[in-house]
Design a protein around this ligand. Sequence first.
Ligand SMILES: NC(=O)c1ccc[n+]([C@@H]2O[C@H](COP(=O)([O-])OP(=O)(O)OC[C@H]3O[C@@H](n4cnc5c(N)ncnc54)[C@H](O)[C@@H]3O)[C@@H](O)[C@H]2O)c1
Length: 270
Amino acid sequence: MRFANKVVIVTGGASGIGEAAVRRFAAEGASVVVADIRPDALARVVGDLGRDRHHGVEVDMLDPAAIDRMIDATLDRFGRIDTLVNNAGMGSFGRVTEIDLEHWRQVMGIDVDAVFWASRQAIPHLSRVGGSIVNVASASGMAADYGFAAYNAAKAAVLNLTRAMAIDHAPEIRVNAVSPGLTATPLATGLTGNPVIMAAYEPVLAMKRPADPSEIAGAIAFLASDDASYVNGHNLVVDGGMTAHTGQPNFSRLLGGASHLADAQSAVRR
Ligand SMILES: NC(=O)c1ccc[n+]([C@@H]2O[C@H](COP(=O)([O-])OP(=O)(O)OC[C@H]3O[C@@H](n4cnc5c(N)ncnc54)[C@H](O)[C@@H]3O)[C@@H](O)[C@H]2O)c1
């Protein structure tokens, strides 16, 4: 029970990766504050876990005053905050010339500003108990994707904000990030539910499947736990090896094995 007597806030906790993290923390003994914009989904998750030990807060992470109320509600109910998981986020399609300012600001608002403001408001309370922050960034924050401009920029900002907070606020707290690759959640159904897109993923998904949200939740829980007591400013990539690939073609497949590779190399030398 790594989180017995600990209080964990998970933003966007009513679906996907956030919900899996909520369930993981709860199973390991935490009291979890599930924060989400969707009251129906929120009621389902908190109702499932039990309102005696857990708490649901309806919050729009675009609204700083609502984030303040989320922090206050946590302190009113439990009196402390041990971990903040900044998970709520939105995806975004479009090249720079295809998205407007309103869309850009919405992506930055949920994916970056909310991480800044929730962290700012939680850090004094986390510092009192030696707590930690885990930011859910993305493999898309580590390099660029075709047609993901705002999302690429937002998640890259989350990664460097993670590092900045990690050095500024140590040793009182630790701040780390998890960068998932493709994960089977409602956010990603436009990708995982499209056979053409999944066929195009085939050469880059070494694991040959998207992650299950529970596999991201395990990494989030690790970073929040005492098992990671000296891990600070780290980006834990959970993408099944997707970003381990340079992007070059599959030589083994195209050249048909080691002997053909040797032939190709000697042909180049000639
Ligand atoms: N699914 C993937 O392939 C993938 C890959 C990399 C990173 N991520 C990141 O993981 C995080 C979680 O994504 P997911 O795939 O679980 O998505 P999801 O859509 O399943 O869950 C996101 C949750 O956030 C909530 N939310 C959205 N806007 C909100 C707001 N303004 N205020 C409060 N709550 C809000 C939603 O209601 C939902 O419950 C996001 O930050 C996303 O960018 C996802």
